[in-house]
Design a protein around this ligand. Structure first.
Ligand SMILES: NC(=O)c1ccc[n+]([C@@H]2O[C@H](COP(=O)([O-])OP(=O)(O)OC[C@H]3O[C@@H](n4cnc5c(N)ncnc54)[C@H](O)[C@@H]3O)[C@@H](O)[C@H]2O)c1
Length: 426
């Protein structure tokens, strides 16, 4: 059992804190957000993540996990490992903004115990770990990179059953000490230098984003050429070199990682004089995918959105999360509003900040009430369970746009018109 502090208790930090405590370590979570810390202290999860709250309660009760908003408490705890999980958002140029991370590191420099390890879990540009090691000015404190690959919605499962665990350090013994924390997890464990570990995270996210952009472009081409996109993608994915995972078309990728990480990687590549045009094109392709959905909805509303009511099902960037950061659904919503539409939305868990022309409803049917067009923008399974008859009854004109391809084919007989992303209109 090791003493571990986790700094930053968002999607990654909280999952890490809970996961490491479940692995048998003594964990103290630190965050500057007082409201979050007191909620956590009471055993309540500030985020929607399957299994997280249930795990929290037991760990707090058994004293394996505690939370604080005071760095003094972190210092007294004398952690051997300090996991840094703060956000690394995008700055105006598209590069990663390390302001929060750097301020955390400078605070920790003064309180880290001799022989302790700062483990960078935040996604950071290549070279950051080494810069931190240089600026720490502590020969007795080490730096390791341990990028996180969890997916929101299945974060706890991904932590406990990862595809791989990557740890980078300039000192193999330091890397081994970090890897040993995960001893109980049966997964490939990769030990690298700092730079490789940092680049693995960006390369993986950019590759996944490119794959989704390609999938969405193929869906658009299928729609125009009367090909069946499911068959095309299935036939393509059966090639073992390609694989079938992550070939699902949609209204565009988003979330807290892909948009900022692709932009950051483009910035990193330019800085090193080794550009990545494929990633740049994937970003442009994603903007085009979002615009395609806006155009499809506009067309379904008769070509003009002024005074039209659009119902939107799903505002989170994907199903099973409440995360709306860089959600394609919200980008589409904003674009519809800017074209004169009034948007009435429903999401099972996500909440969006107030904006003019936008109202959030409590149920799917309330969301559909009085609408001219219903757009399904997030793939929550519960949307496919709603009765199409009731939807048709609730809407003004029962015209539906399924950007996630989740509504059963039977809907066609119950609504006046349905357009499915990737399929030619009948
Ligand atoms: N969300 C994901 O799916 C995911 C997956 C893999 C990697 N990542 C990376 O992990 C990092 C964190 O992402 P996230 O989604 O958990 O972010 P988040 O915004 O959900 O959480 C960040 C937390 O850090 C806290 N914080 C801010 N300043 C602080 C400070 N000075 N000291 C202590 N805490 C502070 C915030 O209050 C917040 O709770 C990012 O670099 C992200 O790119 C995220």
């Amino acid at each position: 059992m090791k003493q571990i502090a986790v700094v930053g208790l968002g999607y990654v930090g909280l999952t890490t804190a809970v996961g490491l405590a479940q692995l048998g370590h003594q964990v103290l979570g630190f965050d500057v957000d007082d409201a979050k810390v007191s909620k956590l202290g009471a055993g309540e999860s500030p985020i929607y993540e399957n299994g997280l709250e249930a795990a929290l309660e037991g760990l707090i009760h058994s004293k394996a996990l505690d939370f604080t908003n005071s760095l003094d408490v972190v210092e007294d705890f004398k952690p051997e490992f300090i996991f840094i999980c703060v956000s690394t958002p995008q700055d105006d140029s598209g590069a990663a903004d390390l302001t929060i991370l750097n301020s955390v590191v400078s605070q920790l420099a003064g309180i880290a115990e001799p022989n302790s390890i700062l483990v960078i879990k935040s996604t950071v540009p290549v070279g950051t770990g080494q810069t931190i090691a240089n600026t720490l000015n502590r020969t007795d404190v080490f730096v390791a990179s341990n990028p996180e690959f969890l997916r929101e919605g299945t974060a706890m499962k991904d932590f406990m059953e990862p595809d791989r665990i990557v740890v980078g350090s300039s000192n193999p013994e330091v890397a081994k000490r970090v890897l040993d924390l995960y001893e109980a997890i049966d997964a490939p464990k990769l030990q690298t230098n700092l730079e490789s570990s940092e680049l693995i995270k960006y390369a993986a996210n950019a590759y996944l984003a490119m794959r989704l952009s390609f999938t969405n472009d193929i869906a658009a081409l299928s729609e125009k050429s009367n090909a069946n996109v499911d068959q095309v993608l299935h036939g393509m994915g059966l090639d073992k070199r390609i694989g079938t995972a992550f070939l699902k078309p949609g209204p565009g990728w988003g979330g807290s990682c892909f948009p900022k990480d692709t932009n950051a990687l483009v910035a990193i590549a330019k800085e090193f004089g080794s550009p990545l045009p494929l990633v740049e094109t994937a970003i442009a392709s994603n903007n085009a995918a979002i615009a395609r959905s806006v155009n499809a909805i506009t067309e379904l509303a008769g070509g003009d959105l002024a005074n039209k009511k659009v119902a939107v099902w799903g505002i989170a960037f994907k199903a099973n999360t409440d995360d709306i950061r860089d959600s394609p659904a919200l980008k589409i919503v904003d674009s519809l509003i800017s074209k004169g539409a009034e948007v009435q939305a429903y999401d099972p868990v996500a909440v969006a900040p107030d904006r003019a022309g936008f109202v959030l409803k409590g149920t799917a049917l309330e969301g559909a009430a009085g609408a001219d067009v219903l757009a399904v923008l997030t793939e929550w399974p519960e949307f496919a369970e709603v009765s199409p008859d009731k939807v048709a009854e609730a809407m003004r004109t029962s015209v539906v746009y399924d950007a996630r391809r989740i509504l059963p084919k039977s809907w066609r007989a119950h609504v006046s018109f349905i357009k499915v992303l990737g399929e030619a209109s009948e």
